[in-house]
Design a protein. Structure first.
Length: 253
């Protein structure tokens, strides 16, 4: 008699434990009664009819999923290997259970397919330089496919773009050529600006000959400040002009 009572108590405990469920704030439970969906419950304490009701628990927190590296051939026929990361969450737990067998696997597969097809329509330069635009396009395409499943894709980000060795060398040569071009342009602009300033200085000296004498005295002062054992003082030809004029007048007389 005692063994029968213990068995009954154990069965009652098992039935009650299967009938009482507690869901966290970020969880929802989709209830099936005799195989038919009767809605979702939660969060908090959930009471189920033993044997009759079955519950499928669905988390609502954002899921971070890595998209495995995909071999992609860009529109300009460059073979690259690209991987990405996708952030999504379940908005409707009922549709996530009823509309697709495994929403995590299905989202992963549609992300891989979309990554190959979308990046295959872009050129390599766009893939490297317009990452934000491509990420937004991927997000819109994947979200359009997962919306019937009650899943919202928040962000898709391309992580790494692995290029072939020959393409990496070609890009390095291109970058080096671009740097050399910019250096030459900057050097040419500097020489042009210097020539403009020299032309302006020459025009000023032509209008004011005394400016040349002042520049001469400044040069002498700069030479005097240096530790030179020998200093040469060049004399302007204009200093000898009065003597030449007097010599010419004396010859005429």
């Amino acid at each position: 008699m005692s063994y029968s009572l213990i068995t009954v108590v154990i069965l009652a405990i098992l039935i009650l434990s299967s009938a009482i469920k507690v869901l966290r704030e970020y969880e929802r439970g989709v209830i099936f009664r005799l195989g038919r969906c009767v809605g979702q419950r939660g969060p908090g304490l959930i009471l189920l009819i033993p044997i009759v009701d079955k519950m499928v628990k669905v988390p609502l927190r954002t899921v971070t999923m890595d998209v495995p590296p995909q071999d992609v051939i860009t529109r300009d026929n460059v073979s690259v290997k690209v991987n990405a990361v996708i952030y999504f969450r379940v908005l409707d737990a009922t549709r996530a259970v009823l509309e697709v067998e495994n929403y995590l696997y299905a989202t992963s597969q549609i992300a891989q397919t979309t990554l190959r097809s979308t990046l295959g329509e872009a050129e390599l330069d766009d893939l490297l330089s317009q990452r934000d635009k491509i990420n937004q396009e991927l997000q819109q395409v994947i979200d359009k496919h997962t919306e019937p499943w009650g899943i919202k894709v928040a962000t898709v980000a391309v992580k790494n773009v692995d290029l072939p060795q020959e393409m990496q060398r070609a890009i390095a040569r291109q970058a080096e050529a671009e740097r050399e071009r910019r250096a030459k342009v900057i050097n040419a602009e500097g020489e042009f600006q210097a020539s403009v300033k020299l032309s302006e200085a020459a025009a000023i000296i032509a209008r004011e000959p005394i400016a040349l004498q002042l520049r001469y005295l400044q040069t002498l002062a700069e030479i005097a400040t240096e530790n030179n054992s020998t200093t040469l003082f060049p004399l302007p030809i204009d200093l000898f002009r009065p003597f030449r004029e007097k010599a010419a007048e004396s010859k005429k007389s």
